[in-house]
Ligand binder design. Structure first.
Ligand SMILES: [Zn+2]
Length: 217
C-alpha cells in the first residue's frame, strides 16, 4: 500500500527468475538451497498477470487491490519446499493508497483446505514497486509467524511492474516490529536496508499454472 509521499529508493531491481520445475536441476538447487535457510517457495509464473487482470477494474478507478497467497508444503529433491496454490481475494476496502483486508474468511478458507498463508499481493496504482512504512508493518505481522512469508507489489503503470520482497532479518523485521509510530507517512530510518528482493532469495517463479483463484468479495 502506498502513501504517495514517502518514496524511499527501492532495493536493487528484481530480475525475476522463471524456472520450470524440471529446470531446477542439482546445480541450481544446490545454489538455491545453500543460499538461504528459508524454505524455497515456488510461485506459478502466471500469478501476477492473473492478479492484475482481476485488479484492473480497481486500477482503472485508481484504487488498490489486495490478495493473499495460500499454499502447502511440497518436496523437491528430498528437501521441503512451499508451493503457492491459491490466490484468495478477500473482502476489502480500498482507496488510492490503502487496501484493508477482512482476513477472517481467508483464515477459514485456509483451514478448510489445510493451506498455509504464504504471501500477500497488492497493487500500487500510482507509484512504483517499493514497500511503504504501512506495507512493512503488514508484512512484519505475517513474516514474524512465517519467516518465508513474502510480499508482491504490482505497479501496473511503472517499470519494473512487479517487486517481490521480504523484510531483512536482521535488521528489518525487528526494526518494524518495535516501531510504535502510527503516522501513515512515518519513515523507518536505518543505515541498513530494511527489506530486500525475495525473488533473488527463496522465492522461485516456476512455469506452472496457478491452480485456484477464489474471489471472496
Ligand atoms: Zn513503523
Amino acid at each position: 500500500m502506498q502513501n504517495g509521499i514517502s518514496r524511499p529508493p527501492r532495493p536493487p531491481s528484481p530480475g525475476s527468475r522463471i524456472l520450470s520445475a524440471d529446470q531446477i536441476k542439482s546445480d541450481d538447487a544446490d545454489t538455491v538451497f545453500k543460499k538461504t535457510e528459508l524454505k524455497v517457495t515456488h510461485v506459478p509464473d502466471d500469478l501476477t498477470t492473473r492478479f492484475l487482470s482481476i485488479a484492473s477494474l480497481n486500477t482503472d478507478k485508481h484504487k488498490e487491490t489486495c490478495g493473499l497467497l495460500l499454499g502447502k508444503k511440497g518436496r523437491l529433491q528430498d528437501v521441503d519446499i512451499y508451493k503457492v496454490t491459491d490466490l484468495v481475494i478477500p473482502k476489502q476496502r480500498s482507496a488510492s493508497d490503502s487496501c484493508l483486508m477482512v482476513e477472517d474468511e481467508v483464515t477459514v478458507y485456509g483451514e478448510e483446505r489445510n493451506l498455509i498463508t504464504l504471501g500477500w499481493i497488492h497493487t500500487h496504482p500510482h507509484s512504483s514497486c517499493f514497500m511503504t512504512s504501512s506495507d512493512m508493518h503488514i508484512l512484519a505481522n505475517f513474516q514474524r509467524h512465517l519467516p518465508e512469508f513474502f510480499a508482491i507489489i504490482c505497479s501496473p503503470n511503472h517499470y519494473p511492474e512487479t517487486g517481490v520482497f521480504r523484510l531483512t532479518d536482521p535488521p528489518g523485521l525487528k526494526r518494524v516490529m518495535t516501531c510504535k509510530d502510527t503516522d501513515p507517512l512515518h519513515s523507518h530510518k536505518h543505515q541498513l536496508p530494511l527489506y530486500t528482493d525475495a525473488d533473488k532469495g527463496h522465492i522461485v517463479f516456476v512455469s506452472e499454472t496457478l491452480p485456484t483463484i477464489a474471489d471472496l468479495r
